[in-house]
Write a protein that binds this ligand. Structure first.
Ligand code: GMT
Length: 378
């Protein structure tokens, strides 16, 4: 099929899922066109079925804010028309689903048709989408998509609670290329560059926004570190990084906490990680946790949103109430206390990710694309 993918091109989970999906579809022979404002960070053009179309914005003195939706929907029309795309798969409702609806209407005027599949990722519903500023337009664009999917059962429930949704939302879990992490493990993990042989390694990866509660990450580590020789790796960039660094200095643990910034070598870091920390306020799914689990890492997280669908209590890690850093530290220590327990959790985590494998999830998306056209034939 010929599929357009619209996403945020950044390190955020929705952009990662969209990019990995597009690359996997292209590997299977579909023609995939990314439409976004920058080349997605994880996009590599190994397949000749992959294309990237940049949405450019025009400066004008009158604009305090540049009208991205307008430029995006115009670009969608141009690409659908030129390459005869059958489906526009938009990731993150704001403003992609709305722009896709507009593109569809403009194409209709030209006697052309395209189907719109919208995937809801989390904050487009929970934090931003349901805000009165955006709610009406988000609800409208969800209801006017041909198919709507969400990345967890919890997100589906939340969407139906917060909006008046008139169609069935299909749950399609985020996925992982399990083989990629196997290969990373076969290569030698350069653990010694980060920690001494007797030290454990804990890692947090996020965009350091308030929803990630990076202060809680530091507080959990502080408690673990008192009991167990360990290092904490903080990967990512964002508004709360300075606050987290200040806390590390105040707690006098700066020798053992490394802020590594954004990294496109996450698999290498996860390769030598023992525990992944994700104490988020909410997390529709927690792709970062799934990636960590695929790399044989136990997870300490909150029990919010879709996290219990990914991290299994007492099996792949532990889940605690929001803000209960005491419990999260206690659980981390119980996993790290001896090699045997740690290895059991690591193996379980790795095993559990098989249910989210690319091979299982990719055909579900392909079926969704085909189903957009089935109803017309019947
Ligand atoms: O929260 C982020 O780090 C980014 C955000 C995004 O949209 O890029 O992530 C959301 O989508 C991911 C992929 O589906 C999910 O794994 C994350 O849980 C979700 N984030 C939240 O719900 C806070």
């Amino acid at each position: 099929m010929k599929i357009g993918i619209v996403c945020y091109p950044t390190f955020g989970g929705s952009g990662v899922v969209a990019t990995e999906l597009g690359m996997a579809l292209a590997d299977k022979g579909h023609e995939v066109h990314f439409i976004t404002y920058n080349q997605p960070v994880r996009l590599d053009f190994i397949s000749h079925h992959l294309h990237f179309h940049q949405v450019l914005l025009e400066e004008y003195p009158l604009f305090q804010y540049q009208p991205y939706e307008l430029a995006l929907s115009s670009k969608m029309v141009e690409v659908v028309e030129k390459y005869e795309l059958e489906v526009l798969h938009v990731h993150y409702a704001i403003p992609h689903a709305y722009a896709a609806y507009m593109a569809k209407q403009m194409l209709k005027e030209k006697g052309l048709s395209v189907k719109v599949v919208t995937t809801l990722h989390g904050t487009d519903i929970t934090l931003v989408g349901s805000h009165p500023t955006y709610k009406t337009a988000v609800e409208f664009s969800i209801n006017n998509s041909d198919v709507v999917t969400s990345v967890s059962n919890d997100l589906k429930k939340t969407t139906n609670r917060l909006f008046n949704i008139k169609k069935d939302i299909k749950v399609i879990y985020n996925f992982i290329d399990v083989d990629k992490y196997d290969k990373a493990h076969q290569q030698k993990c350069n653990r010694i560059a980060i920690a001494k042989p007797h030290e454990r390694i804990l890692t947090h990866i996020s965009n350091f926004r308030p929803v990630k509660r990076v202060d809680d990450v530091i507080k959990i580590f502080y408690k673990v570190h008192k009991d167990i020789p360990s290092k904490l790796l903080m990967i990512g960039e964002g508004p709360d990084r300075a606050k987290a660094e200040n806390l590390v200095n105040r707690l006098k643990i700066s020798d053992d906490v490394l802020f590594l910034g954004n990294s496109s070598e996450v698999t290498k870091v996860l390769c030598y990680t023992d525990i992944f920390l994700l104490p988020s306020q909410t997390e529709s799914f927690g792709l970062a946790a799934l990636e960590a689990m695929a790399a044989k890492t136990a997870v300490i997280s909150t029990n919010t949103g879709g996290l219990p669908e990914v991290n299994i209590q007492g099996v792949t890690g532990y889940l605690s109430d929001l803000g209960d850093v005491e419990d999260m530290a206690k659980n981390a220590i119980s996993i790290l206390k001896d090699d045997e327990t740690l290895e059991t959790f690591k193996q379980n985590a790795r095993e559990h990710t098989k249910r989210f494998s690319l091979e299982n999830i990719l055909p579900v998306y392909e079926e969704i694309y085909k189903s957009c056209y089935k109803s017309e034939v019947e």
